[in-house]
Write a protein that binds this ligand. Structure first.
Ligand code: MUC
Ligand code: MG
Length: 367
């Protein structure tokens, strides 16, 4: 079970419905498919989504760092050497999605080699999660119509509403329209991607106080240290740290500093090995956890549900598992389906993902 090769393949798939939010927008999924080959003939897969506005990574940078730094550091190790893989990759700062894709492809290859699913390897708590869908910026009527379509087609009843625009009434009007349209039939929470100041956030949350929100996420920058603590102290819902708390050390700092009271775990940026550490930390600190989405394709969403289903704490809340529904196509032979508001893990070995060779040929950008 020795790693013989790591491939990093750029591909691009357009979005049918681009996602717009306070820190950026995504029109095309320009991701990197990572394949880890082992000497037993097994190949593990995962995908890295570059998010320059959040982590500074680009598609070309992910390929360069894998080819020049990370692949040579892991070739020759056993698929069982996950701690050594993690330690070697951790010598380099940053590059969270490049590191995570290698980590997850190693777990996939290990699962395939042992004929065990990744979820079972990790913890095996359940085989499914409820799904929360992310609604990007638009007019209130369009966002209500999109949520209605997601409920009718996929049975989704939890929505994360992107906020953080100016004036804030653009967003509060959307949340109010959703609540008026659906009544108590849906759960709603908001994510500001650092778009507002602490004072703007406090005002907007007061304006939405009657709308029964579950959470507020990253409404203002964590770097506004005192402002954010001041905001978090006055809220009566958990405040989720997302992009401000990528590593377990970040989580510790944000939570103990009073700048957040809940966290988002995204396998796209902490893989499986680091996400385990974050999960254990969250359990120790008694935090609410939401499995987040890095605007992942189907492979990334499969990684999220594989991890989220493995533990009680991560499967308790609906996970953000449905951004792929907004893409025009994907790479898997058998597409993921959200049915009755749930996404299930794939039965069988590893992640259970098979890449369609025709689709990969069509969407890859390296030849
Ligand atoms: C999210 O939860 O924020 C948008 C920016 C990012 O870093 O992730 C997405 C979704
Ligand atoms: Mg977020």
């Amino acid at each position: 079970m020795k790693i013989t090769r790591v491939e990093a393949i750029p591909f691009a798939i357009p979005y049918r419905k681009p996602l717009k939010f306070a820190s950026g927008e995504v029109h095309v999924a320009e991701h990197v498919l990572v394949r880890v080959h082992a000497d037993n003939g097994v190949v593990g897969v995962a995908e890295a989504p570059p998010r320059p506005f959040t982590y500074g990574e680009t598609q070309a940078g992910i390929i360069a760092v894998i080819d020049s730094l990370f692949a040579p550091q892991v070739v020759g190790l056993s698929l069982l050497d996950r701690e050594t893989v993690h330690t070697r990759l951790a010598r380099t700062v940053g590059n969270p999605t490049a590191k995570s894709a290698i980590d997850m492809a190693v777990w996939d290859a290990l699962g395939r080699s042992l004929d065990v699913s990744v979820t079972e390897l990790l913890g095996g708590y359940t085989d499914r999660m409820r799904v929360s869908h992310m609604l990007g910026f638009d007019e209130p009527s369009a966002m209500v119509a999109e949520a209605e379509r997601m409920r009718e087609t996929h049975g989704i009843t939890t929505f994360k509403v992107k906020v953080g625009r100016r004036p804030a009434s653009l967003d509060t009007a959307v949340v109010r329209a959703l609540r008026e349209h659906f009544g108590e039939a849906v759960d709603l929470y908001v994510d500001g991607n650092r778009g507002w100041t602490a004072a703007e956030s406090a005002r907007a949350m007061r304006e939405m106080a009657d709308l029964g929100l579950l959470f507020a996420e990253e409404l203002c920058p964590a770097d506004d240290v005192l402002g954010r603590r001041w905001l978090v102290r006055q809220l009566d819902v958990p405040f989720i740290a997302d992009e401000s708390a990528v590593t377990p050390a970040d989580v510790t700092r944000e939570i103990l500093g009073g700048s957040a009271t809940a966290i988002s775990i995204k396998t796209a940026r902490t893989g499986f090995t680091r996400s385990q550490r974050t999960h254990h930390l969250a359990e120790g600190l008694g935090l609410e956890v939401v499995m987040g989405n890095q605007i992942d394709g189907q492979l990334g969403s499969l990684c999220t549900v594989a991890f989220g289903s493995a533990y009680e704490l991560t499967s308790r809340r609906p996970g953000e598992l449905s951004n792929f529904l907004d893409m025009s196509d994907d790479l898997l032979t058998e597409p993921l389906r959200v049915v009755d508001g749930e996404l299930t893990v794939r039965p069988g070995a590893g992640l259970g993902a098979e890449i369609d060779p025709e689709k990969l040929r069509h969407y890859r950008q390296d030849h």
